[in-house]
Design a protein around this ligand. Sequence first.
Ligand code: PEP
Ligand code: MG
Length: 542
Amino acid sequence: MKTGISVSKGYAVGKAYVLDTEQPASFQTTADNPGVQADRLKRALEKSKEQIEEIAAGIRERLDSRNAEIIESHLNFLKDPAFIGEAFSKIDRESVSAEKAVDDVTQSLYDTFSGFDDDYMKERAADIQDVGTRIIRNLAGEQKEFDFRQLPAGTVLFAHDLKPSDTAQICRDNVCAIVTETGGETSHTAILAKALGIPAMVGCKEILSSVQTGTTVVVDGTAGEILVNPGTDLVNQYLTRIEQEKQQKEKVACFARKKIFTKEGRRILTFANIGGLKDLEIALENGAEGVGLFRTEFLFMDRGTMPTEEEQFRVYKEAAKRLDRKTLTIRTLDIGGDKSLPYLKMEKESNPFLGLRAIRLCLKNPEIFETQLRAILRASVYGNIRVMFPMISCMDEFQRAKSVLDSCKQQLEQKGVPFDSSIKIGMMIEIPSAALLAEKFAKQVDFFSIGTNDLIQYTLAVDRMNERISDLYNPLHPAVLRLIQMTISAALQAGIPCCMCGELASDERAIPLLLQYGLNEFSVSPGVLAEIKSVLLQSVGS
Ligand code: PEP
Ligand code: MG
């Protein structure tokens, strides 16, 4: 039995396919004629651009816009002055071959990115290397794309590491599990596998020396185990588990479209948490009655530059239209803490979760904040959008955020651009100070959304990312429950909606209690919507 980090739960039994991740062949490092080398590099860049566009178009055909965007972000690297600009200068300055120039700048940027403490930044090193290898292979005329569609159904994909352009092409129809030797929780592989609902394990050291293409394997993404060449009994045990899991999913699927009312006739809404349009599709398939949390930071990640107002507007507009007047709660950028952006210079902090994160960062960077708010406002005429500020800790912060929104409204008004002038403005309750002052906040805002993931960590002083103290991360701690109850009561008293978008909203143990407190909106991961609806229906006794 082999182990690793489980990043997407579930079981799979299948045949291994070991992806060949050969390095490009060696190349000549020096060259006499810089002009010739520069021309070669220009042609290789053009070829790389065509290949990336072709891969992205294939992914878009599968309506997978999030992964298409990841790959399209590679196009930015092809014109990045710190990357390609530097390669051209090197050719000129140092009389090196185009391959050597690209290899050097790739390595230097790779080292910079992998030197960051932050896991997210480390993962961006993979994007740089992916693009660098592609260009070098094109210079040598040897770049050939692996066609993931040729994999037979029931393939367990094994790789040392999957390049972002690989992961984006993987499809649920033929790949039933993914195992890599490297990678962490925030790797492309992890994000993709979760979105597709494919069991996945990363960080499985030296696993490739234990499997060959064609070997039968079991991946237990729930227990974090891989069984290579398991006996028939084990295979049968897992096939039974897979069948049971499937039946359970089918059993609860019938609850997806049900409307929930309590005995007293209170309507309970089930919303989805999304990170992009792909998740929204899954959410709607699973009967989401709206979106309780759009984590917009995902639009800003996995790319080389800040998304423009126009790009953001297009996504928000599309989401609003697809929701067809159902609520779309757009949370403004929550960067900082464990999430950073490669193109945004941020100073190293000793306590990033207590530092310049979310609304604090936006208020310090008005240009980023205003761009996003204008995009949200412009999209608001296409559906039922409400805007939500994360990490509000005091009234002043909320008022400042609101006045930036007001000034964006004015800017649009002056230009005659339409927007919903009565757009609802809400805040996350995810810091104890906000919960304690919920009564005051409830008089100023249009809605609350309780972010238990952070509320728990800040109430109990337990880092939500630290495995070593995970036993202290107790969602049912009486202090946490007290703060939740206070928040819901304050909302009910003021007559404003209160949602919960933290993980506790999908915790079966907490649901009856939350209903009792008076919570009316539950926002959960798209994949568990039907299951949570069935728990809610049971809890209200229908
Ligand atoms: C939360 O803190 O509960 C929440 C929903 O926000 P995030 O997990 O994105 O911090
Ligand atoms: Mg949070």
